[in-house]
Design a protein around this ligand. Structure first.
Ligand code: ATP
Ligand SMILES: Nc1ccn([C@H]2C[C@H](O)[C@@H](COP(=O)(O)O)O2)c(=O)n1
Length: 231
């Protein structure tokens, strides 16, 4: 008796962009895990190069010094959504990249064109190597890094919702100070000349302000499954 040949689902590339605290990481990781896809946190890569600059005495207020040093660190991202990793020159950087110092400097470092060129190349090569597909989250994935992605999502949420989420994470940090810090980083990321934070024309916008994380995940899973079925 003949059995029907099982074909693996076609690889699907998903770009998830949006401002800070809109739920990109939580959503992307969960969607990738549910659908058996790889996962890439591109913000972690910009944080990693920023951390390397800070620990190696590079003046992060000087774009020329940043550009000169940009090619030196070796950044490696692990793309398992259940245990994403990031190393710099072989050192686990997952903790240090989340410090307040890195958070306050990452917009300046990531605005330097030479940094963006190198990190964008790295991101494209990781996406190309993902056999079953990948969920890539960041600020310019749909517009610049992967303009041919199968699905582009742009997550938004009110500054109040985002600040409340982040303050909860930071164990009771002042909500209004957190809100101001988020808005400052968004303004810097949106106004830089090279590849700013922006919604791609063909992205689906999802306002997560009044949705639970589970609702956002379900919404994106449904959209990805629709794209997969159509391939
Ligand atoms: N829809 C939601 N409802 C409530 N909380 C949420 C929702 N989505 C995400 N969160 C929570 O908000 C916080 C920020 O989420 P997350 O880190 O995924 O955002 P992000 O967009 O990746 O932020 P950043 O760009 O700064 O890394 C997390 O604590 C997460 O659990
Ligand atoms: N594709 C990307 C991803 C991130 N950045 C920069 C701008 C962010 O403020 C910073 C940290 O990102 P987060 O960890 O908060 O997601 O990295 C970027 O320029 N492009």
């Amino acid at each position: 008796m003949e059995t029907a040949a099982r074909t693996a689902p076609a690889a699907v590339i998903v770009a998830i962009d949006g401002p800070s605290g809109t739920g990109k990481s939580s959503t992307s990781k969960a969607v990738a895990a549910k659908l058996g896809l790889s996962y890439l946190d591109t913000g972690a890569q910009y944080r990693a190069i920023t951390w390397w600059m800070l620990t190696n005495g590079i003046d992060v207020t000087d774009p020329v010094a940043i550009a000169d040093a940009a090619g030196k660190p070796v950044i490696v991202s692990g793309t398992d959504p259940s245990a994403p990793t990031i190393t710099v020159d072989g050192i686990d950087a997952s903790g240090p990249i989340r410090t307040q110092e890195v958070t306050s400097k990452v917009s300046a470092v990531s605005a330097v064109p030479e940094v963006r060129t190198l990190i964008t190349e790295l991101q494209r090569s990781i996406a190309k190597g993902a056999a079953l597909g990948i969920v890539v989250e960041g600020r310019d994935i749909g517009t610049t890094v992967l303009p041919d992605a199968d699905l582009k999502i742009f997550l938004t949420a009110s500054p109040e919702a985002r600040a409340a989420r982040r303050s909860g994470e930071l164990k009771g940090a002042d909500v209004s100070a957190t809100r101001e810090a988020l808005l400052k980083r968004d303004a810097a990321d949106s106004s830089r000349k090279t590849s700013p934070l922006a919604k791609a024309d063909d992205a689906v916008e999802v306002d997560t302000s009044d949705l639970t994380l589970e609702q956002v995940i379900e919404c994106v899973v449904t959209l990805v499954e629709g794209k997969r079925a159509a391939k």
